[in-house]
Design a protein. Structure first.
Length: 135
């Protein structure tokens, strides 16, 4: 019996809480940066407007933000609670393709960098390419 108590005493603390417990998230802002390039890697320098719409579960749609090449903007305009999940929808004025939806979880400051503009390859439409950076 004493052996069972020792085993339970060692196993139960590992089941949650403490350092191995649930992840804690840091409050932060969410930015989108327009660093679009052509599929061949050339920077887009023409004044191409990107419209970014943000959806917060508790607020709904946040007013859209427009980005020109090289711009980086805060898409919500306030610090969000760590762990907040939101959707960012990016679309450009120069094509009729679908909107690219990007899901982000706030963990400190988050930047969605748009890296390649949408384009068609034959009958297949390639959406925005992007990367997400934290910090």
């Amino acid at each position: 019996m004493r052996w069972a108590c020792v085993v339970l005493g060692l196993v139960l603390p590992a089941c949650g809480g403490g350092p191995s417990g649930p992840k804690t998230y840091v409050d932060g802002r969410v930015f989108v940066e327009h660093q679009l390039r052509t599929p061949s890697g050339q920077p887009i320098t023409d004044p191409v407007r990107i419209e970014v719409r943000t959806y917060l579960p508790e607020v709904g749609e946040v007013p859209p933000v427009e980005l020109m090449p090289g711009q980086r903007k805060d898409v919500v305009g306030q610090v969000l609670k760590g762990g907040t999940k939101l959707k960012i929808a990016a679309t450009g004025e120069w094509y009729d393709g679908p909107t690219t939806e990007i899901e982000v979880t706030v963990d400190g400051n988050v930047t969605v960098v748009l890296t390649e503009h949408p384009h068609a390859v034959g009958a297949i439409f390639i959406p925005f390419k992007y990367r997400i950076t934290y910090g």
